[in-house]
Design a protein around this ligand. Sequence first.
Ligand code: FES
Length: 158
Amino acid sequence: IARAYHEKVISHYESPRNVGSLNKNDFDVGTGLVGAPACGDVMKLQIRVDEQGIISDVKFKTFGCGSAIASSSYMTERVKGLSLEDAGKIKNTEIAKELCLPPVKLHCSMLAEDAIRSAIRDYQAKRSTMANPKKPGFIDVSQSAATGETVATAHPGQ
Ligand code: FES
C-alpha cells in the first residue's frame, strides 16, 4: 500500500514547529491570514521583526490538511532568522520539493507562500503607518498624479 504522505510531512504534522499566536497588535508583528479557495483550508502565519529587519519569531495556526500543516510548519523554520526580503522570495515549489508533495497537494504549499507574503505586507503597512501618522485635524495637500490638480484630503481624526 502506497503511503499517502511522505515521512517529512508526517514528521511536521505530528510535531509541528512553532504553533501558536503572536499578539497581532504588537508594533513589530505582521500577520498573514490566507485561505485556499480550492478546499477552504485556512492558514495564519505571524512574524516578529527585530530592529535590523530580521524575522526573530514566527508562529502559525493552520486549519487544513496534513500537507498544509506541514508546509506552514516548514515555512516557520525556514524564515526564522531571515530578512524580510529573503523570506518574501521563498517559493511554494521549494516547500513542495522539500516535503515531496504530490501535484494535487501543491496548493497546500501555495498557502504557506501566500501566508508569509501576507504577513510581510501587513508588517510593512503597519510600519509605514507608524512612520507617517495622520494627525487628527491634519489636512493632506498633494498633487494628483493623474490630473495635476491639487487635492486636499482632510483627516478629521476620531
Ligand atoms: Fe487544501 Fe491542503 S487540501 S490546503
